[in-house]
Design a binder for this molecule. Structure first.
Ligand code: NAD
Length: 284
């Protein structure tokens, strides 16, 4: 492997340490403990792990977290009622509804109903709009985590061709939105399931961000020699976690690459903690 490994565990630990210090100072000054309320509907095993990790991370950084568990029989109205309750609860600063929701529930009205000032995932249309206009309230956690990794590694994005693969509202679109902002200044191409000759597009990239959800979708030979490969994908294959990039082959050509696990995943949680602290600060 010739690529430098971008260690998400290490970088996220430094972000979490900063959040811990800032939270201690904030709580000492105001008497307020930032509080994240997580909502988990149903018993999807991966979601349970994600929520548990988020709760644990909150505790370690001095943030309060509460978990609201709802059964997979929960109705849309019951879920919306819980969000309304959390919106009204002044002791709650951040609300997170763990996705995906069970199939009978529609996530759009649920996410839209979260008060934007408590939307620490950064998914609410108001927060997406503010982010795109370059005056963010909360940056969406996963794309923000990627930007933080690039910054930490001194990878300059200005004038670089960044190819984002995936156009989801959670990762692909906001990722492209951050890369194109003033200050980041990348030239961005977004690829998706209808892109023709995607390999040819990826081969032009100085920075590849893969958020597809298909194991090893980006083959090593699609990586331009010296390019940076950021792998957002988390896929379970035979009880093993695999990214969207064919890691070992890509690592032979890239100048820097993120592993899965231990890459973008831990950054997402760290940025959620930062947003929760920020929400508490903004609430005063
Ligand atoms: P999604 O399913 O909502 O979106 C996938 C995107 O990939 C779609 O926009 C689609 O157009 C594109 N796509 C699908 N097939 C394609 C193909 N053949 N060619 C080109 N593009 C194609 O998924 P998502 O929520 O954006 O998540 C993507 C991946 O990232 C998943 O593996 C998910 O588990 C992972 N993820 C990781 C983190 C993290 O913290 N590391 C956070 C969120 C999501």
């Amino acid at each position: 492997m010739s690529a430098k490994l971008i260690d998400g565990k290490l970088i996220s630990a430094s972000v979490r340490q900063q959040v811990t210090d800032d939270t201690a100072a904030f709580t000492a000054e105001t008497g307020v403990t930032p509080h994240l309320a997580a909502v988990l509907v149903g018993d999807d095993p991966a979601s349970q792990v994600y929520v548990r990790n988020k709760e644990r991370a909150c505790g370690k950084c001095g943030l309060k977290s509460t978990l609201h568990r709802l059964s997979d029989q929960t109705t849309q109205q019951q879920l919306m009622d819980l969000v309304a309750e959390l919106n009204a609860d002044e002791s709650v600063h951040g609300i997170l509804v763990q996705l995906p929701l069970p199939k009978h529930l529609d996530s759009t009205p649920v996410l839209d109903s979260i008060r934007p000032s408590k939307d620490v995932d950064g998914f609410h249309p108001e927060n997406v709009g503010l982010m795109l206009q370059g005056r963010p309230r909360f940056l969406p956690c996963t794309p923000h985590g990627v930007m933080k990794m690039l910054e930490h590694e001194n990878i300059d994005t200005a004038g670089k061709h960044a190819v984002v693969i995936g156009r989801s509202d959670i990762v692909g679109k906001p990722m492209a939105g951050l890369l194109v902002q003033k200050g980041a200044d990348a030239t961005v191409t977004i690829c998706h399931s209808r892109t023709t000759d995607i390999a040819a597009v990826i081969r032009q990239a100085d920075i590849v961000v893969a958020a597809v959800g298909i194991p090893e979708f980006v083959k090593g030979d699609m990586i331009k020699p010296g390019a940076v490969a950021i792998d957002v994908g988390i896929n379970r294959v035979n009880d093993k976690l695999v990214g969207d990039v064919e890691f070992s082959a890509a690592a032979e050509r890239a100048s820097a690459i993120t592993p899965v696990p231990g890459g973008v995943g831990p950054m997402t949680i760290a940025m959620l903690l930062r947003n929760t602290l920020e929400a508490a600060k903004q609430s005063l």
